[in-house]
Design a binder for this molecule. Structure first.
Ligand code: SF4
Length: 491
């Protein structure tokens, strides 16, 4: 019989285990106690991973050999037969798997199954370039996979509908659309919860009801609900934050995508089909497709392309340690409502959407000069969709500009005015987004100018940020502001 297929916890989909190449293979799933202890991370991410693996074992029945072992090597040695495996999603795991191949425990390492574009095709596209822009990559992806294309032209006559996708939140407390698909926990989840309670691992965040799909059928239900009831409003409000509506129109598909329960092309084809059937507008679907076929794939490939040293880049010389309240998700220790609510979301769910990640957490860290490598590890650990490959490009590149602009044209940060426009958070905050000096000075407004002041040479020489430097130089209270921010202890 053919070698068994060893499946990692983020390779759980039918396009992996039910593919023609693998249909006759036994499946090996291994819960490694040492991997769990080493990775730690959000309690709910550990739950999702274990629940996903155990549900797959349940679904495949006799075809599965399920191991709970101290480590992967122990299990494979006991198994006593070489296995085939798909390339794992991190450098460390990849090195490990190739070592196992040298030792004869792994017979073959196949390509990673979770992305549309292969690593070799990315390498051909990238050539010897050392800086990258999403837009060029995304257009190539649209052409290559023929998504939202009319012949050689983009459907709707343009590649990018961003300017239609930037509305502030509506003046009500929730979007009022159909709620996302929610899982129903079962006895497998109950056992996972009991096992995690007993496990001697350092988790962060709170336990809570499972919120994300972990099986093939669940992932399809989640996708269907999103496409049929929620995608239409996705684009318009994708950049807005509503304090009483944490999901807004977001798909909550990052977990099933990153567990490889959904293939990205399946997701973008479903969105495209809804456009072709006139069920959703093209601007909404394009904004969503850009995230999956563009950004997610871009981040994956650049993780490998930029290499292991990328996370050590620190072009802005940011060395402040993460404060305890930030690291420990201590939302109660924070007065700034945007920060407090975002941290509470991370603590309670391990998930907030991309704008609180970028324009609240990331922007705050950038303004305060937190160490970018420590921040990258914090994001990986704290988010249920944070795996090793996800955060380096998002944090080092996009959010902290620590790579000096290899994939983003400018640092992303703003004053309280942006948060005030794009959210409903400021009106009940003790700080005033219009104030930059004084007891009620908004830490984002003051922080924006303080950041601009510290990095005025770099920002002044970039045509996209030079205006901020000239505006800063006209501030009459700049000296007081700098003094205040240098001594700010609480947020
Ligand atoms: Fe955040 Fe400032 Fe608005 Fe308060 S006033 S919620 S600190 S942006």
């Amino acid at each position: 019989s053919p070698e068994p297929l060893w499946i990692f916890g983020d390779q759980l989909g039918r396009h992996v285990h039910a593919s023609a190449d693998h249909a006759d293979r036994e499946v090996v799933l291994i819960e490694s106690r040492s991997a769990f202890a080493r990775k730690g991370g959000h309690r709910q991410k550990a739950h999702l991973l274990l629940s996903g693996m155990r549900h797959l074992a349940d679904e495949l029945g006799d075809r599965v050999q399920y191991w709970q072992a101290d480590g992967y090597r122990d299990a494979l040695t006991t198994l006593g037969r070489p296995v085939v495996v798909h390339e794992p999603s991190s450098r460390a795991a990849s090195r490990f798997v190739h070592r196992l191949a040298d030792e004869g425990l792994v017979a073959e390492v196949l390509p990673n199954p979770s992305f549309a574009l292969s690593r070799s095709d990315f390498a051909t596209w990238a050539g010897d370039a050392d800086s990258f822009r999403l837009e060029a990559f995304y257009r190539e992806q649209r052409r290559r996979f023929s998504v939202l294309m009319d012949g050689r032209e983009p459907s709707g006559g343009k590649w990018n509908f961003d300017h239609e996708n930037r509305d502030p939140p509506p003046k009500r407390s929730t979007l009022g659309i159909e709620h996302p698909w929610w899982p129903t926990e079962d006895e497998i989840d109950a056992q996972v919860r009991a096992d995690l309670d007993a496990m001697d691992a350092m988790f962060v965040g709170e336990d809570g009801p499972r919120l994300f799909a972990v099986t093939h059928d669940e992932a399809r239900s989640a996708l269907r609900t999103f496409i049929d009831h929620r995608l239409a409003t996705f684009g318009r409000w994708e950049d807005a934050i509503m304090s009483d509506d944490w999901t807004m129109s977001h798909s909550l598909l990052s977990v099933p995508l990153n567990l490889s329960l959904l293939h990205p092309l399946e997701v973008v084809h479903a969105a495209e089909e809804a456009v072709r059937a006139n069920r959703v507008g093209i601007a909404a679907a394009e904004g969503f497709i850009r995230q999956i076929l563009g950004w997610r794939e871009f981040v994956w490939h650049l993780y490998w392309h930029f290499g292991a040293d990328y996370t050590a880049q620190n072009e802005l010389g940011a060395h402040a340690p993460l404060p305890d309240w930030f690291r420990d998700l201590d939302a109660e220790a924070v007065t700034a409502r945007c920060l407090s609510e975002t941290l509470a979301g991370v603590r309670d769910r391990g998930w907030v959407h991309h704008i609180p990640r970028l324009m609240v957490l990331g922007s705050h860290a950038l303004q305060r000069g937190y160490d970018p490598a420590a921040l990258t590890e914090w994001f990986r650990a704290s988010f249920v969709d944070g795996f090793d490959w996800v955060m380096p490009v998002n944090v080092i590149g996009m959010s902290q500009h620590a790579d000096g602009g290899l994939m983003a044209t400018k640092p992303y940060t703003s004053g309280g005015a942006y948060i005030s426009t794009m959210s409903d958070l400021c009106r009940d905050c003790e700080y005033d987004p219009k104030k930059r000096v004084g007891d009620d000075a908004c830490p984002f407004t003051a922080g924006y100018w303080w950041f601009t002041h510290r990095h005025q040479d770099m920002l002044g020489s970039n045509h996209r940020t030079a205006r901020a430097v000239s505006s800063m130089r006209r501030l009459t209270d700049l000296e007081a502001l700098v003094e205040q921010e240098e001594h700010r202890e609480a947020f």
